[in-house]
Design a protein around this ligand. Structure first.
Ligand code: AMP
Length: 224
């Protein structure tokens, strides 16, 4: 039996976080919890949270830590997550969120915080090409589109450019990443959870590198 995992995935927008988080959740057979996807579902569903989130998301700003952690906490308490673990994608994004998360989930419970490293010039090129299914969130790009006429291969939803993939919103998200999220990397390093992986290369090669590094890290920790 493949063991489960409790993994946080960090990385700049466009680093391949979403793609790798989905592949990791399949590999470890655990739920993929992506705060961006959850919020986009709220926007599509017209919920109160969705109404509050839409304009903040479109401009590339961050939602309040409290709103995010409340939404994530509910998901972390569900039975499937309790049974095998999770791949958490897009949260935490600030040190405050990480500290709030550590109150729900003991820091020792995490197997690793993965940082996928990709140079900014590369992420900018990737984001300009990125397209996404407006229903299920599957990622595509101009270079690897869905098989039929911008219709999602998985759920037949419409594949579009994200509303926050405009030049201005991308710039703002990268600025916020540097200011709010990069300090988190230090925080996880201090807590001996940080696993850094080079994110340039084919998605399969990056995935292999990630799994090897996560296993090495937990092997190392397990034998301490
Ligand atoms: P993503 O799909 O992860 O790029 O998230 C899209 C947008 O959702 C972000 O630009 C934020 O506006 C919002 N968002 C997602 N996760 C968080 C978070 N952990 N904290 C604050 N805002 C978030």
């Amino acid at each position: 039996m493949v063991p489960g995992v409790k993994l946080v995935v960090l990385g700049k927008q466009g680093a391949g976080k979403g793609t790798q988080a989905v592949a990791l959740s399949h590999h470890y057979v655990v739920p993929h919890i992506a705060t961006g996807d959850m919020l986009r579902a709220h926007v599509r569903g017209g919920t109160e949270l969705g109404h509050k989130a839409k304009s903040i998301m479109d401009s590339g700003e961050l939602l309040s830590d409290e709103m995010i952690i409340e939404m994530v906490a509910e998901r972390l308490w569900s039975a499937d997550v309790r049974a095998r673990g999770f791949v958490l994608d897009g949260c935490p994004r600030t040190v405050h969120q990480a500290k709030m998360l550590a109150e729900i989930l003991d820091v020792d419970e995490l197997d690793a915080a993965l940082d996928i490293e990709v140079p900014t010039s590369e992420v900018l090129a990737r984001l300009a090409q990125r397209r996404v299914c407006s229903d299920c969130g599957t990622n595509y790009s101009i270079a690897s589109p869905p098989r039929i006429n911008w219709t999602c291969d998985i759920c037949f939803g419409e594949v579009v450019q994200r509303e926050d993939d405009t030049e201005e919103a991308i710039r703002r998200r990268l600025e916020l990443y540097e200011r709010e999220t990069e300090p988190l990397i230090e925080w996880y390093r201090e807590n001996e959870l940080l696993v850094k992986v080079e994110g340039v290369g084919s998605p399969d090669n990056v995935l292999r590198r990630i799994i090897e590094s996560v296993e090495e890290h937990r092997g190392g920790r397990a034998s301490l």
